[in-house]
Design a binder for this molecule. Sequence first.
Ligand SMILES: [Zn+2]
Length: 365
Amino acid sequence: MKKNLVTLMMVLVAGIFSKTMAQTDNKPNVVLITLDGLRWQELFSGADPLLVANKKYVGDTTELKSLFWRESAEERRASLMPFLWNEVVKIGQLHGNRNQGSKVDLTNSMWFSYPGYNEILTGTADDVNITSNNKFNNPNKTVLELVNNIPEYKGKVAAFGSWDVFPYIINKERSGIPVNAGFDLAQGDDLTDREQFLNKLQQQLPSPWGSVRLDAFTHHFALEHMKKKHPKLMFISYGETDDFAHDGEYDAYLKAAHNTDGLIKELWEYTQADPFYKDNTTFIITTDHGRGTEPLDTWKGHGSSIKGAGEVWMVAFGKGVKALGELTGNEQMFTTQIAPTVIKALEAPKKAFDLKAKPIRLNSK
Ligand SMILES: [Zn+2]
């Protein structure tokens, strides 16, 4: 009798367990991507006429012009980011072209990276606690942590970044979310051949910077993780655009933007070829801050003293996203809306969150 009862309970538990698993497996997945400090000006108008042939910022102006200079803004942006402007524009939404009246803005007043990522990931600006890029554990909980705290999403969230401050922004210690950032290597006793090779290559290919690795490493570590673990919520932060801009290398900045566009295309194509992700994954892409335009030199920088550095953009496509293309006509969105939009796209239980900002309505005009 007792034995039967135990068996019955085991069957019930297994039933509940597999039901929960199945429930989350059917729910949509989200890939949240950031391109550090890519200006909306390049995203929507391509190479800047004042910079593309400027010898102060470009090594080989002939080469750069042949790559990315075209007569119209539409042609320029398509040569710079062909995946976004030939494919995503047909299936998704691109917000933030202020020349068309579409505005996306930060609400934090710092206009540099930690406050920007804090705002993207937590859905709230925190100008009291997040006032530097120092490596301190974020007192705020990110959407990654909140989702990971829901039992059926436990262990199904992961973060990869090029910048070595992400373990602190995401508070890896408290959240328990796997964060591979900066010069971290892939870890575990089940490394794929590719991960082992990436570990070796990352140590043999020096980065131009002390705290940021080249994006190809972040990208391929992330891709391998997706193939192996199939996280429901994936955060990937590319960093080259910001660092090349700080270095004052406009050619490298444009080439990095072009390269990242290709990396995102590769991610999208992978998800559409994998039965777990296919037709059930939403991509949301944004940036942590803008950069200046006037005086010209300020394109290199950002921060509260740089006019326009609070102007950002947002791109979405995939599951549940209506094909609106490039948004025109007046609209105002804020970076605080990204985190609630992620939750909505996941169809995660709302009661686990208490975010004030409204999600962006991706499925309707
Ligand atoms: Zn920066």
